[in-house]
Design a protein around this ligand. Structure first.
Ligand SMILES: [Fe+2]
Ligand SMILES: [Fe+2]
Length: 179
């Protein structure tokens, strides 16, 4: 039997990598003076925030099964990843705040917008790399089939709780638009 926990997270990383590409394109557009609708950007960032929150919640569920293993606890990778999840939320909040501010001031070219979007995209890119090199191999090595079943049930609950079909549609259309 394949590892369904791993394949679920891997699939979500494919979307996350496309999000990184979209965000870098938007930064470029903003910096080269192309007009980007602030309303659209806010909607997109909020959609990304929701979809990434769901992904993070699933990862944290897996972390809970990994931390009791001594060799994992010795490395601090899971702590670093958890911190990066939280840092991501801060970046989202900052970006949304600045967009709101720029919108009120009618300043579509506010230089802090590309700065914050770029910071988040760089964080996400590096975070994905760390997970695929460090965290994903741990899942393969340590998570038993029985644990997988439990984790998949938890994934289902998280998906139900954080409905994000609308947000996924926003992201998918952005991927089409900016590819
Ligand atoms: Fe993560
Ligand atoms: Fe991830």
């Amino acid at each position: 039997m394949g590892n369904k926990v791993l394949s679920t997270l891997k699939k979500e990383h494919v979307v996350a990598k496309s999000i990184v590409t979209v965000l870098f394109r938007i930064v470029e557009d903003l910096r080269t003076g192309k007009s980007v609708s602030l309303l659209y950007l806010k909607e997109l960032i909020e959609a990304i925030s929701r979809v990434m929150e769901m992904h993070h919640r699933k990862e944290m569920e897996v972390f809970a099964y990994l931390t009791p293993h001594e060799e994992i606890a010795k490395e601090d990778l899971l702590d670093v990843l958890t911190e990066e999840h939280n840092l991501g939320y801060e970046y989202f909040a900052n970006a949304v705040r600045i967009i709101d501010h720029a919108d009120k001031a009618n300043n579509e070219k506010h230089e802090l917008i590309p700065f914050h979007v770029d910071e988040y995209a760089k964080l996400l890119k590096e975070h994905i790399r760390k997970e695929e090199n460090g965290f994903f191999p741990m899942i393969k090595k340590f998570i038993t089939e029985e644990e997988q079943d439990k984790i998949l049930k938890a994934f289902g609950k998280i998906e139900q709780e954080l409905q994000s079909r609308k947000e996924m549609a926003v992201i998918e259309s952005a991927i089409q638009k900016f590819r």
